[in-house]
Design a protein around this ligand. Structure first.
Ligand code: AMP
Length: 464
């Protein structure tokens, strides 16, 4: 399968060649032809699967052949022309043709950046992000350009809709990106309100890690005769990411082991996840003192500081990002080779999102959880959810005093480097061996049922 065979406009093909994309990913091969044909889509895929291009390329393909509805004049230009004619300029709301809703600001910015990349050879296509935390005058300036493509988080978009700054009567394409996360974050009412404000004639594409339960019901409500695309499990199972658990006795053991693992010579960049913002700050400070180029990222930071940190990470100036779940969701930096769970996530789904920060664009990655013995039960919950066992690993010189309460599987020894997906990782000078007493599990993996949410309840995300 090639991008040409998907029927994309030549200007898009050029941008893809410039971006170094050789062939479509599975989600792109399935979604793009149907989307070009105008069909609604319900797609179950993870971040890292190439889903942004799966919805943006067909949209850009459509816009590439259509002249802007305003005849090329932005509301700003129209206002200037009106002034020149001596008329009183009237404010005109933005009339986007495409709206992409995302759960977080970071994801919205990534979608906008990707759109600029994919649309670089198309004239007159503007994409802007409308986000919480952005100064109001700046947003008004962006809306005054009457962008064809609006990428927004639901809350801030509602503010602008209610104050008459945006008119969706010309909307042709609506995308819900990471719809399950948006629902988890409590955006359902906002989403319904936004969808109600768009024309029935729109094309709707919904992307979500899962299409079960509440999100599946919503997807069915807002789409018409959709094509359902389920991406092969290899992607969802993160088979390109080696996972490990290291048991630790206490905080000092955990800190020493983290420092040791961060010195792994195969480590390019890493994300360390903490449970609280305070811990993110404290651990980043501690790691800086220990000589790592570390920085914290969490929801208490101003947007400017968050952007600067993400920029530093992308440029490679920051090697270790210490982050909370919300802040790090959607980060897409291909050189992140390692993810560390300094604290285990509260919910198994977050584990999947966390480890997906590595192994981007088909590369390999390593995800290490530093776990107190008392938390072994939470590892089991994650294993039940992902339907994968996470091997326990012990580093020589950092052995835990206690042994884990339940027999668990052990990591296979072998040499590993990013780019090698054949065996479990270890480093020169580090012996990898199974825990004393570790035995193969007899329950076939310790999971029962179909991977339903183990907590059973809706929840809201929020940095603690
Ligand atoms: P996404 O799932 O949209 O977040 O994309 C994950 C990463 O894959 C991004 O860094 C994209 O630039 C990259 N990517 C998307 N499609 C392709 C492709 N067809 N070939 C190579 N890289 C891709």
């Amino acid at each position: 399968m090639t991008f040409e065979s998907l029927g994309l406009h030549t200007s898009i093909l050029k941008a893809l060649t410039d971006a170094g994309y050789e062939k479509p990913t599975p989600v792109q091969s399935q979604a793009i032809p149907a989307a070009i044909a105008g069909r609604d889509l319900m797609v179950s895929s993870q971040t890292g699967s190439g889903k942004t291009a799966a919805f943006m390329l067909p949209a850009l393909h459509k816009f590439a052949s259509i002249e802007a509805a305003t005849g090329g004049k932005t509301p700003n230009q129209e206002m200037q022309a009106a002034r020149a004619r001596g008329d009183r300029p009237r404010f005109k709301p933005a009339q986007p043709k495409m709206l992409v809703l995302t759960p977080t600001r970071e994801l919205a910015l990534q979608v906008t950046t990707a759109t600029e990349k994919y649309g670089s050879a198309i004239r007159r296509i503007k994409a802007v992000s409308i986000l919480g935390g952005m100064p109001y005058p700046k947003q008004m300036q962006l809306l005054a350009k009457n962008p064809e493509i609006l990428v927004a988080t639901p809350g801030r978009l509602i503010d602008h809709m209610e104050s008459g700054k945006i008119d969706f009567s010309q909307l042709e394409i609506l995308v819900l990106d990471e719809a399950d996360r948006m629902l988890d974050m409590g955006f359902i009412d906002d989403i319904e309100k936004i969808v109600d404000a768009t024309p029935d004639s729109r094309q709707t594409m919904l992307f979500s890690a899962t299409l079960d339960g509440v999100v599946g019901n919503m997807a069915k409500r807002i789409t018409k005769n959709p094509l359902t695309v389920q991406i092969a499990s290899a992607n969802n199972r993160h088979e390109n990411i080696i996972q490990r658990v290291h048991f630790v006795d206490d905080l000092s053991h955990k800190n020493r082991l983290l420092d040791h693992l961060l010195r792994d010579e195969t480590l390019d960049q890493a994300v360390v996840f903490t449970a609280t913002k305070r811990d993110a700050d404290m651990i980043a400070d501690r790691l800086n003192i220990a000589g790592f180029s570390a920085a914290a990222l969490h929801g208490d930071m101003h947007q400017g500081a968050r952007n600067r940190t993400l920029d530093g990470l992308r440029r490679g100036q920051i090697r270790v990002l210490v982050a909370t779940d919300v802040a790090a969701r959607g980060i897409d930096v291909p050189s992140i080779t390692h993810v560390f769970n300094y604290d285990l996530p509260k919910f198994p789904e977050d584990y999947v999102h966390r480890i997906g920060r590595t192994g981007r664009a088909g590369r390999n990655g390593l995800a290490v959880s530093l776990v107190n013995h008392a938390e072994a039960v939470n590892v089991k919950r994650i294993e039940r959810f992902t339907k994968q066992l996470i091997p326990v690993n012990v580093v020589e010189g950092f052995e835990p005093k206690k042994t884990a309460s339940a027999p668990r599987s052990a990591a296979r020894p072998g040499s590993w480097k990013p780019g090698d997906n054949r065996s479990a990782p270890s480093r020169p000078g580090q012996r990898t061996f199974s825990k004393p007493g570790a035995a193969p599990r007899k329950d076939g993996g310790g999971y029962k049922g179909a991977g339903a949410r183990s907590d059973g309840a809706r929840r809201t995300y929020g940095d603690r």
